[in-house]
Design a protein around this ligand. Sequence first.
Ligand code: SF4
Length: 422
Amino acid sequence: MMFPGKASHKINNGMPVGLYISVPFCRTKCSYCNFASDVFTKPAYEKYVQRLIDDVSGSRQLALELGCEFDDAADSIYLGGGTPSILDSTQLLRIFVALRQQFAVARDAEITVECAPGTITPALIATLLQCGVNRVSLGVQSFVDREAQSVGRLHKRETVLEEIRQLREAGLVNINIDLIAGLPHQTTGSWAYLVSETIATGVPHASVYMLEVDEDSRLGRELMAGGARYHAHFVPDEDRIADFYQLACEMLDAAGIGQYEISNFARSGAQSRHNLKYWTRQPYIGFGVDAHSMVFSERQGKHGRQALRFATPDSLDAYMTRVPPTVTEVSARAAIEESFFLGLRLNRGVDLERLRGEFGAEMIANWEPAIRECEDEQLLVRQGGNLRLTGRGRLLSNEVFARFLTEATEITTVGTGHGNPR
Ligand code: SF4
């Protein structure tokens, strides 16, 4: 333990929180990126880090103002963004000091930092170890240089392999590799090759995302307009992308890296503790731009504690000028909907008995027609009391989730390789 620990004041029924820190800076902007991140000069980093630290230090006060009940015991920390590895050693260390001053971080906490390949130096590795980091998530996206470069990634395959070797040598063996199915120039052959390269590295965790096409990214807008910029005309069609995803599921599973969530695969015991909090509705607190939190209020609702979600602004300017977070009270109905569409992301599915116990059998019966409809269409299956997506349901998951929404609840996901729901 590199920092003085802090005694835990247990106020949340023993549920430790996950802590998320958003770092919205990148060396270049990837063409497919739809995150609140961009390229800024170094002076902006310092102002931002100070603002982050102020927020972390003020978290207890914010909790009081919101009437929230969260344990200051934390058992996961995740630095995502953006590219947290772009910060200098002092900045990273100060963030961790601030977190450990406010939260009692468990000795065995999972502490992840997202790193862009090409930014990992011996000095960075030393800093990560000093901060207590024990998991690194690498935004590789592709081991085929042409594919990675076509979307603005700066690394080459050789760089990634060398950096994984260095991380391992330093004892950082818990490594995740992010991959994106659907990059320009991708073919079945190149996809099979990059999945096999991922397996060959021996990493215990991989995330596979399908390219998101929306108006929030340059590539997405170009694809929607039918243009050719950003290599858009070399993007495989939807059916092929779905085939790539299926192939990855099969190859990773055969290699002992089993799927446990729609986009996530791990060797036994290497599932991401932090991300599991999002899908199982455990409390988490996010700091920084576009950071989302879910905590429980002190108020007791009819079905247990009232959950609150709050989100910071998604623009750096708004965040820096201290525009307050938006706060949403989660009604019992919305909580059930969340339990379905978040829990169904997991391969183990949703425990219906537990849901009945929490919210009452009568309430849960309201979702029986949607469940039956999905079962009839072989999108969902009941197994041992759990409701799970079928293989077909996984490919059509957003369509399945939409059937569980009976009011204006937003579908919360964990975005492309960045560890906070959006
Ligand atoms: S995809 Fe990740 S690394 Fe690329 S610009 Fe977006 S946040 Fe930065």
